[in-house]
Ligand binder design. Structure first.
Ligand code: MN
Length: 297
């Protein structure tokens, strides 16, 4: 049975959200000079609460990525790194070391503090992926750090009757529970591969903020075309029960949604807290060597 023809299927969306705006992102560099596109920029943090940042990196030129991200701190939020191609070594002050490879996800809850490095393990070839920053509720910002990495084969994957393949990194889709769930922000993070002409429905609570980033091909959402390398910010209509995505060509995209925290956001670089005083404390703790769990790397 085609699930889109079953009126009782709770995965079917009756009325799709519309595209509020398309965003191209800003070319920039970070770390020791890694070229990337900041798709979710700081000016969108309130609109896309609880998400703070999305970076897309992708290059076949080693000069664009080889320097990587040497030791740097984080406090007050979570980082989610998703590799499409390439190999990156992560080491952190909590003693974790792992190789991030094609299709793998690293989920790091910085909590009260992590110092880590992310260094490419290749001198040529393509390096491609995404890093998402997800805020923590104020009550969880000073929790101990948490870390998991998932190889591609450890991530739940579902395939719909239309042949759409979905990797469920976080949240729930078509009855499949993702690798990570979070109570405070209830994130949904899906990597969706659509054959040309196919359709995919994702149920979303109307109050949750949501966006799509297309990284292969073109799609349509509620009559609005979303081309490759564009983020579509999805409107929060009270009448909409989710989003319907239709593939114009073969397409691959990220669909990300979460429950807004509605708390003040104070950010200074890699520290995201609720107040300036908490930011000053983070800077002091880092300078005094009190931010990471252990001093040695
Ligand atoms: Mn980092």
């Amino acid at each position: 049975m085609n699930m889109s023809e079953n009126p009782h299927d709770q995965s079917v969306v009756q009325r799709s959200r519309q595209v509020e705006r398309l965003i191209a992102g800003q070319p920039t560099s970070d770390g020791a000079g890694v070229k990337l596109t900041r798709v979710l920029t700081q000016d969108l943090q309130r609109r896309l609460d609880p998400f703070l940042m999305l970076d897309a990196f992708g290059s076949a030129n080693p000069d664009d990525y080889i320097a990587g991200f040497p030791d740097h701190p984080h406090r007050g939020f979570e980082t989610v790194t998703y590799m499409i191609a390439g190999r990156m070594l992560h080491r952190d002050s909590a003693g974790h070391e792992s190789l991030l490879e094609k299709g793998g996800v690293q989920w790091m809850t910085a909590g009260r503090g992590v110092i880590h490095s992310e260094i490419p393990q290749q001198t040529d070839g393509v390096m491609e992926g995404f890093q998402l920053w997800l805020n923590l509720p104020g009550r969880d910002k000073m929790n101990p750090p948490w870390y998991r990495d998932f190889k591609a084969q450890e991530l739940p994957v579902l395939t719909t009757d239309a042949g759409v393949q979905v990797t469920v990194i976080a949240g729930k889709s078509h009855g499949v529970t993702g690798a990570v769930c979070r109570e405070g922000t209830q994130p949904i993070y899906l990597d969706i591969h659509l054959p040309a002409g196919s359709r995919f429905d994702q149920v979303l609570p109307a109050a949750h903020n949501a966006f799509v980033y297309v990284y292969r091909g073109d799609v349509g959402i509620a009559g609005h075309q979303v081309p490759c390398q564009r983020m579509a910010l999805l409107a929060n209509h009270a009448f909409a029960d989710g989003v319907v995505i239709e593939a114009v060509t073969d397409a691959r995209l990220l669909l990300i949604a979460g429950q807004p925290l509605l708390e003040p956001i104070a950010q200074y670089g890699p520290f995201v807290m609720n107040t300036q005083e908490e930011i000053h404390q983070a800077i002091r703790d880092f300078r005094e060597g009190q931010l990471g769990e252990t001093a040695s790397l």
